[in-house]
Design a protein around this ligand. Structure first.
Ligand SMILES: Cc1ncc(COP(=O)(O)O)c(C=O)c1O
Length: 301
C-alpha cells in the first residue's frame, strides 16, 4: 500500500485494488455480485473536525458483518484503520463520510457458486453527508410512516449493514409524493423499524423508546442510548407500534449522517414538542462527546 499525501486528491478519495485514487477513478466491475445481487456489506464512519468518531465501533460492526456474510477482506484491523485514515487524509477532509465496502466480487464467467468469487474491498471518503440539511432540520422535518414493510429479518439480517434498500427507497418516493421529507418503514406486525439511513426513537412521558430488533444496530443509536444512561433519561428498548409513534411527545432519528435529528411532524401532523427537550439534550450531548478522547481517533494529516 503506497502512502498518500494530505490533500493529494482534494475533496475526496478512494482506495480500490490496493491503491489510493481520486474519486473519478474509483470503479468496480458491472459483473460484481455486490452490484448484481446486493451481495455486499459495508459500514460508514465519520470524521468530525479532523478526528474519527467511534471508529472502533464501526470496524467491529464491519468485521462482524463480513463474518455473517462469509466475506473476507485481505487486510487486518490495523491495515483497515490505516486505509480509512488514508482516504480522509488524501481527500484533505475535516468533516467526512467514510465508507468501507466488501462485495462478493466476480465469479468465473458462467459460474453461479459464490465461493468461487474473489471478494473485493474498497473504501472512500467524501465531505460529511447529512440525512437532512441544517436548514431543513431547523424548519422541522416531516417524517412519513410508511405501510411498506422492511424486508423481514428472517430473510435479510438487518444487523448486517446491507444494500437491500428497495423498500426504503420506494417509501421515500411515497414520502416525497405526499410532500414529506423522509420516511420509515414497519415490520409485519406494524412496529416501526428504520428508515433510509437511520434508526427511529420516540419520547413519551419522559421515557425514550426505540426498537429492540429488526433494525441495524446503529452506532449513533448506541450513542443515543448510552447518552440517555449518562443523562439519567429512562430508555425502553422494545417494539414500537406505529400507533405509539403517532402518539409520541417527541420523535427523533439517529444516524452517522447527522447524529440526533429531531422530527417536527409525522405525516403532516405536528408533534407536541418540537424542538423537544429530550431530543435537544441528546443533540447537545451527542456533539459534545465528539470532543472526548475515548471516542476520538485524530487523523494524521
Ligand atoms: C438502514 C439503516 N439503519 C440505521 C442506520 C444508522 O446507523 P448508524 O447510526 O451506524 O449510522 C443506517 C446508517 O446508514 C442504515 O443504513
Amino acid at each position: 500500500m503506497r502512502a498518500v499525501q494530505t490533500g493529494q486528491f482534494e475533496g475526496g478519495s478512494a482506495f480500490v485494488d490496493g491503491e489510493f485514487v481520486p474519486l473519478s477513478e474509483a470503479k468496480i466491475s458491472m459483473f460484481d455480485w455486490g452490484f448484481t445481487r446486493s451481495d455486499v456489506t459495508y459500514d460508514v464512519a465519520t470524521t468530525w473536525q479532523g478526528a474519527f468518531f467511534r471508529l472502533d465501533a464501526h470496524m467491529d460492526r464491519f468485521f462482524a458483518s463480513l463474518q455473517k456474510m462469509r466475506l473476507a477482506i485481505p487486510y487486518s484491523r490495523a491495515e483497515l484503520r490505516e486505509i480509512l485514515h488514508g482516504v480522509v487524509r488524501a481527500g484533505g477532509l475535516q468533516d467526512a463520510y467514510v465508507a468501507m465496502v466488501c462485495t462478493r466480487g466476480v465469479p468465473p464467467r458462467g459460474a453461479r457458486d459464490p465461493r468461487l468469487a474473489q471478494n473485493r474491498f474498497y473504501a472512500y471518503a467524501l465531505p460529511y453527508v447529512w440525512i437532512a440539511s441544517r436548514e431543513k432540520q431547523l424548519a422541522g422535518l416531516d417524517l412519513h410512516i410508511s405501510e411498506r414493510q422492511r424486508i423481514p429479518a428472517t430473510s435479510v439480517d438487518p444487523t448486517v449493514k446491507n444494500y437491500h434498500w428497495m423498500d426504503l427507497v420506494q417509501s421515500l418516493y411515497d414520502a416525497y409524493d405526499q410532500g414529506r421529507d423522509t420516511s420509515c418503514v414497519v415490520d409485519a406486525a406494524g412496529n416501526i423499524t428504520e428508515g433510509p439511513g437511520f434508526n427511529v426513537f420516540m419520547v413519551k412521558n419522559g421515557v425514550v423508546h426505540t426498537a429492540d430488533s429488526g433494525v441495524l444496530e446503529g452506532i449513533s443509536r448506541r450513542t443515543a442510548i448510552e447518552l440517555c444512561e449518562r443523562l439519567q433519561i429512562p430508555v425502553h428498548i422494545a417494539p414500537v407500534p406505529s400507533a405509539a409513534l403517532r402518539a409520541a411527545d417527541e420523535v427523533f432519528l439517529t444516524s452517522s449522517g447527522g447524529g440526533i435529528l429531531p422530527i417536527a411532524r409525522l405525516d403532516g401532523v405536528a408533534l407536541p414538542d418540537f424542538p423537544g427537550p429530550v431530543a435537544g439534550r441528546l443533540y447537545d450531548a451527542y456533539w459534545a462527546i465528539h470532543e472526548e478522547a475515548q471516542y476520538r481517533d485524530p487523523v494524521a494529516y
